[in-house]
Design a protein around this ligand. Structure first.
Ligand SMILES: Cc1cc2nc3c(=O)[nH]c(=O)nc-3n(C[C@H](O)[C@H](O)[C@H](O)COP(=O)(O)O)c2cc1C
Length: 171
């Protein structure tokens, strides 16, 4: 039987929420949505596989609801879980801090014991710096989305990314 997937996100102006809804609609029987602003993070413990969505705000900072629940997150034991990340940012407006919060989230869940799966190539993006890059600088640690400047790319990016995530979860 396919393992169930918890998709946890938070969103200040609705962009991450909209993408979370899109992802859930692609696999409605398997993905269960949780808005961290309403439910917090504790239910992450119930799932073997997690998708986490985070926008970056205020020059490289965590979105406010993620920030509020950060200590609770750091106290979770996520060992044995597979986690895929998606981040939202604005590469033109905030290119020195593009998707930084996704990088912070990657480090946090790894220190909670999770295995982060599915990197995403940097080609097709233009930015000065990002804390969400892999060590070699060739990839992001999760799916990179920019609803401010590249909204038209999002659907195709999701279609390319989600099957890779499912394959990594089911491996
Ligand atoms: C005041 C402000 C600060 C922002 N800071 C960053 C940033 O540092 N890095 C980044 O990549 N995007 C930044 N963004 C862009 C947001 O991450 C982007 O608009 C995102 O889609 C918002 O997602 P949400 O609607 O789910 O909150 C910023 C946007 C605003 C309005």
């Amino acid at each position: 039987m396919a393992l169930s997937i918890g998709l946890f996100y938070a969103s200040t102006t609705g962009n991450t929420e909209q993408v979370a809804d899109q992802i859930a609609a692609m696999l409605p029987d398997r993905i269960h949505l949780h808005d961290i602003a309403v439910e917090g993070v504790v239910a992450m413990a119930e799932y073997p596989c997690l998708i986490l969505g985070i926008p970056t705000w205020d020059f490289g900072e965590l979105q406010e609801d993620w920030d509020e629940h950060w200590d609770a997150l750091s106290a979770l034991d996520l060992s044995g879980k597979r986690v895929a990340l998606f981040g939202l940012g604005d590469q033109l407006g905030y290119g020195e801090w593009f998707l930084d919060a996704m990088g912070a989230l990657c480090q946090q869940v790894q220190s909670c014991g999770a295995q982060v799966v599915v990197n995403w190539p940097v080609s097709g993006y233009q930015f000065e710096a990002s804390k969400a890059l892999t060590e070699d600088g060739q990839s992001f640690v999760g799916l990179a989305l920019d609803e401010d400047g590249q909204h038209g790319e999002t659907e195709a990016r999701l279609q390319g990314w989600l099957p890779q995530v499912i394959a990594a979860f089911d491996a």
